[in-house]
Write a protein that binds this ligand. Structure first.
Ligand code: PMP
Length: 352
């Protein structure tokens, strides 16, 4: 017997994976270095005993959407939740992309935007960022005029470069966009400005967020989007029935109650980011300014691959981004705890 072949276009694409090497210091996937508040863990354990496991969960995640709506001062109908923000992005491509439609990305940026577009048979229109990784609005306008993308992905702060979109740029992109503008704010809490302030029912803008970073809940897979109510309604049409399990909904509701503790974590990471940036600069590597919980850097004396391997050998895992468009020689390090970051800089100094 022979097995059927899968879609031929899938074999062209490599999955998006950061190697999960078993090392002591993992600074490769931009998770929070801190566990969630202990009180949250206890409260979730108590919630878990109250769930009626024989019943399907609330299909519309009503309480969770209400809690998030209150947090962002929008209406619950303007919030869509899914299993991680990657699934939110996939829902966007399913509802607004697909065969005969296109999505614009500006490289270098988060690889999953184009990856998910491809998976959903959405054509990818690729723009480039300037040398300093900012968007060139003239290039954006040109791309819009030539391709009229149905979806425009922005990432703010941009993974892996760390810079964020300012209100003027976001406004200009929105003004010129032919379709839906998606601002991926997976790292939004670490930046000074959020595009959520521009969301309205008659504005073709959605902003995606995640519980994986600031909220220290990467293991639970919860993400959401804030956008116009009619867009949320369209996304609900492509979501599978009961896609958000009851425990996750409870965890998200509880997490919102611990917003102050989450903000303390953000402040700690931002302070540590300053310290790590200076430490990297003093090692003589090129460092880009970051508004996120990671830093892009380029060792000038050794190849990125060698530096990556040298760090792994020393028990530290970072992300080798040197094969990404426009990032030759570059690596990305997640902000860890003080101790982890000191181990990283000591190992890097040794490797260099
Ligand atoms: N967007 C960006 C820019 C990211 O870097 C990530 C995580 N790597 C995600 C979305 C996905 O996050 P999650 O699915 O864990 O919510």
């Amino acid at each position: 017997m022979t097995l059927p072949s899968s879609r031929p276009d899938l074999s062209l694409r490599e999955g998006y994976h950061s190697p999960q090497v078993d090392v002591a210091v993992r600074l490769n996937t931009n998770e929070s270095p801190f566990p969630p508040p202990e009180a949250w863990v206890q409260a979730l354990a108590a919630e878990a005993t109250r769930i009626r496991y024989n019943r399907y969960p609330d299909r519309s995640a009503t309480r969770l959407r209400e809690a998030l709506a209150e947090l962002h001062r929008v209406r619950p109908e303007q919030v869509f939740c899914a299993n991680g923000s990657n699934e939110v992005l996939q829902s966007i491509c399913l509802a607004y992309g697909g065969p005969g439609r296109s999505a614009a990305v500006f490289e270098p940026t988060y690889a999953l935007h184009s990856h998910i577009a491809h998976l959903t048979s959405t054509a990818v229109v690729e723009g480039r960022r300037r040398e300093d990784f900012e968007l060139d609005l003239a290039d954006v306008a040109e791309l819009n005029a030539a391709s009229r993308p149905d979806i425009t992905f922005l990432c703010s702060p941009n993974n892996p470069t760390g810079n964020s979109v300012d209100p003027t740029t976001a406004g200009a992109v929105l003004e010129g966009a032919a379709g839906l503008v998606v601002v991926d704010e997976a790292y939004g809490q670490f930046a000074d400005w959020s595009a959520i302030s521009l969301v309205d029912d008659d504005v073709p803008l959605v902003v995606t967020r995640t519980f994986s970073k600031t909220w220290s809940m990467a293991a639970l897979r919860l993400g959401y989007l804030v956008g116009p109510a009619p867009v949320v309604a369209a996304l609900e049409r492509v979501a599978l029935p009961y896609h958000l399990d009851a425990l996750k909904q409870a965890a998200g509701c509880l997490a919102v109650r611990y917003n102050d503790e989450m903000q303390e974590r953000v402040a700690a990471v931002v302070a540590e980011r300053r310290r790590l940036s200076s430490a990297l600069e003093s090692l003589g590597v090129t460092v880009w300014p970051s508004s996120a919980n990671f830093i892009l850097f380029r060792p000038e004396t050794r190849k990125a691959g060698e530096v990556w391997q040298g760090l792994v050998d020393a028990g530290v895992l970072v992300r080798d981004t040197s094969s990404w468009p426009g990032l030759s020689g570059c690596l990305r390090v997640t902000i860890g705890t003080r101790v982890e970051d000191d181990l990283f800089t000591a190992a890097l100094e040794e490797v260099l």
